[in-house]
Design a protein. Structure first.
Lengths: 185, 173
């Protein structure tokens, strides 16, 4: 055993989680436009080095942009102080996964779940129609909000959004959203 | 990645006050982008410029060591954390047994050395020939020890074909 084993249990657990889940990048905290730009830059360089196909690269970028913008907007509009969020990019042989996680009030869960289920059940034409309708009906401040972002993510990837609401003790839920980008189309 | 893993990762990063994790291939472009991200984060935290410079220097040394460790690029992980009293830089990488055991002995040997002695070690390593090329990439640990002014902490796991070596550097605020 090492004479100086002080890396800490949390650090070891973190390394384990990163390796097991093939995480490329993860960021936890407050997001702003500069942080978003930083992520896009890291990913761009990483994808270029990996020789990822242009089509996949474009899809991944679009989804990352939507996901990161959603977090920024959520944080900007959150009334409570618990606005910390996480962004994760991971992947395996078949897919890239863009994951976001943030705290939301319990009262928002049912509506959000119903909306995501509705979107996941629509076909490509129906999503296109809905996109147009939502865009037309939205006020300026709503345009580009999470509603359109979710539709966009499904349309661009052709894959349903996966989600989860982890229960927290004090009236909050941890909302996880995962968009899957297939490497081979 | 499992759906509930995102929450596990969030909890772990939140509890350990880790801000940023990066895993995988590192070229100069990624190093530049990671440094820019860290800079933005430290600006937001209004970190003292001297501390910022130290964090930057240690980050550069860690990331450059990864870049130079040509043989085992796939297992590299870099983590930046910020607690109330310090910044923390964690790095983890795969290496062969010979390199891993040499590294643990080398870090143990740094314990208790003053700055002048570390500088002497640095000079010696610059001209030394190593039995394994990746060992040479770790002479930057001496720079890290000098720049952080804190003892390096490490751990390793032995696997059947290789070792996973992890190093923690603390930079007091």
């Amino acid at each position: 055993m090492p004479r100086n084993p002080h890396i800490g249990a949390e650090g070891k657990d973190l390394f384990q989680l990163i390796r097991t889940n093939k995480v490329y990048v993860a960021y936890e905290g407050l997001f702003d436009q500069e942080i978003v730009k930083g992520f896009l830059s890291i990913t761009e360089n990483s994808l270029a080095e990996q020789g990822v196909q242009d089509g996949v690269k474009k899809k991944l970028f679009n989804v990352m942009m939507e996901a990161l913008q959603n977090i920024c907007k959520h944080q900007a509009s959150a009334a409570d102080q618990r606005t910390s969020a996480i962004f994760v990019l991971s992947g395996d042989e078949k897919n890239y996964y863009v994951q976001t996680g943030n705290l939301i009030g319990e009262e928002k869960v049912n509506d959000l779940q119903a909306y995501l289920n509705k979107l996941n059940a629509l076909n490509a034409d129906e999503l296109k129609e809905l996109y147009k309708t939502v865009r037309m009906q939205s006020t300026i401040s709503e345009v580009g909000g999470a509603g359109l972002g979710f539709i966009d993510m499904i349309r661009k990837t052709g894959n349903a959004l996966r989600y989860n609401f982890d229960v927290l003790p004090d009236g909050f839920r941890f909302f996880t959203l995962v968009s899957t980008i297939s490497i081979e189309s | 990645m499992q759906l509930n893993s995102t929450y596990s990762l969030y909890r772990l990063m939140n509890k350990g006050q880790y801000l940023l994790c990066y895993s995988g291939y590192l070229a100069q472009n990624q190093i530049t982008a990671l440094l820019a991200l860290a800079e933005r984060k430290m600006q937001r935290e209004s970190t003292d410029s001297q501390v910022r410079r130290k964090v930057f220097n240690v980050m550069i040394e860690c990331l450059q060591a990864f870049c130079k460790n040509e043989s085992e690029r796939s297992g590299n992980i870099f983590v930046l954390g910020k607690a109330d009293s310090h910044y923390e830089i964690l790095s983890s990488f795969n290496c062969d047994y010979e390199t891993g055991h040499w590294l643990s002995g080398f870090i143990d040997g740094l314990d208790g050395l003053d700055r002048a002695a570390i500088r002497e070690e640095h000079k010696k390593m610059m001209v030394r020939e190593f039995s394994h090329p990746s060992m040479a990439s770790f002479y930057s640990l001496l720079d890290i020890a000098l720049k952080s002014a804190s003892p390096l902490e490490y751990d390793y796991e032995e696997h059947s074909t290789h070792m996973v070596f992890s190093i923690k550097t603390i930079i007091p605020c």
